[in-house]
Write a protein that binds this ligand. Sequence first.
Ligand code: KG4
Ligand code: ZN
Length: 329
Amino acid sequence: RADLLMLGIETSCDDTAAAVVRGDGVILSQVVSSQVVQKALNDANVSESDLCAVAVTVGPGLSLCLRVGVHKARKIAKEFRLPIVGVHHMEAHALVSRLVNKDLNFPFLALLISGGHNLLVLAHELGKYVQLGTTIDDAIGEAYDKSARWLGLDIRKGGGPALEQLALEGDPKAIKFSVPMRQHKDCNFSYAGLKTQVRLAIESRNIPADHISISSATEEDRQLRANIAASFQRVAVLHLEERCQRAVEWALKMEPSIKYFVVSGGVASNQYVRTHLNHIADKNGLQLVCPPPSLCTDNGVMIAWTGIEHFIAGRFDDPPAFDEPDDMQ
Ligand code: KG4
Ligand code: ZN
């Protein structure tokens, strides 16, 4: 397996990311942003002709962004006669856990939490996934991002990390937010209501909402915001815990041999989230597998690794024909 070299390209969101990963899971390079593909190859000391295939995100994501990556991948594939592996962004979030933990075999339960998705999935085998739950409105990452903005945090490095930081200074029991969907005995999620509760809490406490920076807040005001952040995080994660506990029970009924609980996606880089979901795993005799933060947030490694998994299973498209136009429609 060490002889397989995969180039992964990720462009489902604003940033472009790429990586070269070896079949045994060794990450040879990992880069983001412009001129990313050439840099990933250079850093890995690999040229296009050494590759076994090119993996690229085909969805879900913004179609304009996706096209950038697919176009690039097809160009390389055509020029160097390489197969292409089309990768589903959320599958990649789940499968990168198998690069991190080589003992992680199918079947396993996965919680995927990002800015646009909240998924509970029972992974039976490669390519065979059963969805146990999804969000009926907003994903948890969206709730973190909006709350962070309303609290006046510096969100240049992302709203989630900023809110997690502020919450450390707050009292998580200070404000009574209600836990979503308790009356629904399923594994679905809802974060739109909690988002609104946060906004109302901010407005009712006369914190000037929207674009009023916390850096100019009084000490008392800062404490108030920290309390809101901590209380939001407590309930947001409690909602995750409740749905995951039910999903574990459902999953073990369907697949009693499950040993692992995977938690991945951008929000999984949050330490409070990791600690609480580890507790759920423990309580149910499962082992938590949570990739390191750099592999939880969007990255090229997860695309390359998922490419490797599918390539080994023989699931790839032949190189584009020479007479095919370069430009995708
Ligand atoms: O998976 P990802 O990088 O991109 C998507 O596919 O959406 O996830 C991005 C989301 C953002 O909403 C971001 O605020 C959130 O993950 N996030 C966090 C943390 N780090 C990133 N949320 C809470 N705590 C964090 N430490
Ligand atoms: Zn993502």
